[in-house]
Design a protein around this ligand. Structure first.
Ligand code: SAM
Length: 295
């Protein structure tokens, strides 16, 4: 196990269960846990598949218990897993925490998902707190447009004094955010990268500036990256060195790793664009547009 970073942002390269054991109890304000889902994804050569479902669930119960131990008494836990395992998480966690919301992260997909059953277009997230009378929830920082009031400008005549419907509201429990696609600016080389927008909502709602946010399965370190942007502190744990390198770069904690310069992977369309620019002798103007000849 190796640790990188500074007092505000730490990256632990190692196994989540081992790493969680060394973190102080009752010290973390917000945990976002997005573990392997036991569905056979390839995490840098490591297949995300346990021998049996029981083995997967028993492993999950181990790190879930540790997460609960590390949370402050007013802390919050958001946890994800595959749709087929979430009912087990729910039954396990409701005995230990208060589950306040069962969220659905919904996305559209133009690709064919399934032909003989209904394709999976959502991932479940549980939002749990230790103390339902004392937890952070920054309503004003996550408001979304309420269409009835904002777009249709309807008036509620059932009120004693007729009032225009609110134009903003707290989001409901179905959240639509596009998945991270290859051409998106935030894309990193990882099979299950979560969108910045999803983490922004969670971190804004359930933590304050200078709070400690922890992610035991960091992947591309989206959680820690957003935590940093929002002025929170972070701890990210990740088993794969390849992904730790992404974290070090995204959090600007290092420029190189074991002598290797940390650079974002150039995507195929970027190589093609660069080749065209080179062949046609184009120059980028101050607006980022490619033009013939310098002005
Ligand atoms: C679903 S992905 C997390 C993706 C992440 N939320 C993001 O936005 O990129 C799960 C991650 O857990 C890592 N992982 C698997 N087993 C682990 C373990 N025992 N300890 C720590 N990390 C582990 C995998 O390498 C993978 O990157």
């Amino acid at each position: 196990m190796e640790t990188f970073g500074n007092t505000q942002h730490k990256i632990i390269h190692g196994d989540a269960v081992q790493a969680l054991t060394v973190i102080s109890d009752n010290s973390v304000d917000l945990i976002f846990a997005d573990p392997p889902y036991n569905i056979g994804k390839n995490f840098n050569g490591h297949k995300d598949k346990w021998e049996t479902e029981e083995e997967y669930l028993n492993w999950c119960y181990k790190w879930l218990d540790l997460c609960i131990q590390k949370l402050k008494p007013n802390g919050s836990l958001y946890v994800m897993t595959a749709t087929q395992f979430m009912p087990f998480f729910d039954i396990y966690l409701r005995k230990k925490l208060h589950i306040l919301s069962r969220l659905v992260w919904y996305y559209d997909s133009s690709g064919v998902q399934a032909k003989k059953y209904y394709g999976s277009m959502y991932e479940p997230i549980l939002f749990c707190v230790k103390d339902k009378n004392n937890y952070t929830f920054n309503t004003d920082n996550i408001l979304v447009e309420a269409k009835t009031g904002a777009k249709r400008k309807l008036i509620d005549y059932r009120k004693t004094v007729p009032t225009v419907y609110n134009s903003e509201k707290v989001p409901g429990n179905v959240w639509e955010f596009p998945r991270v696609r290859y051409r998106m600016e935030e894309y990193e080389n990882h099979p299950t990268q979560k969108p910045i927008a999803l983490l922004e909502r969670i971190i804004k709602a359930s933590s304050n500036e200078n709070d400690l946010v922890m992610d035991p399965f960091s992947g591309t370190f989206t959680t820690c990256f957003v935590a940093k942007q929002l002025g929170r502190n972070s701890i990210g744990i990740e088993l794969q060195e390849e992904y730790v390198k992404i974290g070090l770069r995204r959090l600007q904690l290092a420029n190189e790793f074991k002598g290797e310069k940390l650079q974002k992977e150039v995507r195929t369309f970027e190589t093609q664009k660069l080749a065209t620019v080179h062949t046609l002798k184009l120059f980028e103007d101050s607006n980022g547009k490619y033009i013939h000849g310098k002005h």
